[in-house]
Design a protein around this ligand. Structure first.
Ligand SMILES: [Zn+2]
Length: 300
């Protein structure tokens, strides 16, 4: 009699584990999705809704370049049902562990065609990884996330595709707003602290001028700073952009030297806890970026 009960319990537990098609052995049975950094996290959340559990490997407010992993994170990545990451040397530690994961792993960077070469100053990378800052490329990534979730959890495929459709329309609207908002501008040169905006500027007919060769936290070399300031003045640039996750010191020195202002241009590599609590999102931050660009470039 006792043996029968044990067998029944075992069957029930196995059945529960197999439920959902994702083989989620821990957690609440929903497929577990691991996303490498903020934009991929938001894409998985928007597409998965409450049907999946999504974890962002990069801590809120943290910088994703060259992320280090805790042993707990390594375990989670190995056991995840879906791992969404960027290869090509963007986050080598995660890339390595993703290769050992039991679940569906998607290198979203490798799947973007026609990648740009890395800008000077980003020497350790052979391609520019900042593809999410082009809304049309981000939309393609969202579609790929929907395919990955559907593969891991076929029972909810229709919901994942529908959610991706809604989100994609928001991204289309954003893309149109950028195209229209940046169509007629007095200036086209965008001075940024790190070379994150090549895809964005490329899509909308602008040029990126990164403060290349200057480390975000280091004291700027006065000669280099002088050269950049001369360039800024010669091009009639009015604004030097800095980012939310790195110190604005270098951008501020350059702006002072050249006699121009500074403003934030957010590369969306991470949102802080406060940002998330305040309801900020990929689309809302990108709309803030558009407003900052229009102001700096004198767009009609
Ligand atoms: Zn970056």
């Amino acid at each position: 009699m006792r043996r029968v009960v044990v067998a029944l319990v075992a069957t029930f537990v196995l059945g529960a584990c197999g439920d959902g098609g994702g083989g989620a052995a821990q957690g609440d049975g929903r497929p577990e999705v691991v996303a490498a950094f903020y934009p991929l996290f938001e894409a998985a959340q928007r597409v998965g809704g409450d049907r999946v559990q999504v974890r962002n490997v990069t801590p809120a407010g943290g910088e994703p370049h060259d992320l280090e992993l805790s042993s707990r994170q390594v375990d989670r990545i190995e056991d995840a049902d879906v791992v969404l990451f960027f290869g090509r040397g963007f986050q080598p530690a995660l890339e390595k562990v993703a290769g050992r994961s039991k679940g569906t792993t998607v290198d979203l960077l490798a799947e973007v065609g026609d990648l740009r070469a890395a800008a000077p100053g980003d020497d350790e990378l052979d391609v520019d990884p900042h593809v999410w800052l082009d809304p049309s490329l981000f939309k393609a990534m969202v579609a790929r996330v929907a395919t990955a979730l559907s593969q891991a959890d076929p029972a909810n495929q229709a919901a994942y595709q529908a959610n991706a459709g809604v989100y994609s329309r928001e991204l289309d609207d954003l893309d149109s707003a950028f195209a229209q908002g940046l169509a007629q501008c007095a200036r086209t040169s965008v001075v940024t602290s790190h070379a994150a905006f090549g895809y964005l500027t490329g899509r909308y007919g602008l040029t990126q001028e990164p403060i290349a060769g200057l480390e975000p936290e280091s004291e700027p070399n006065p000669q280099r700073l002088g050269e950049l300031a001369a360039k800024v003045r010669a091009e009639g640039t009015r604004t030097v952009f800095y980012e939310t996750l790195v110190s604005p010191k270098v951008a501020e020195s350059l702006a002072r030297e050249a006699g121009v202002g500074t403003a934030v241009l957010d590369p969306l590599e991470g949102l802080s806890e406060d940002d998330i609590r305040a309801g900020k999102s990929y689309v809302s931050v990108m709309r803030d970026n558009l407003a900052a660009l229009r102001q700096a470039l004198g767009c009609r």
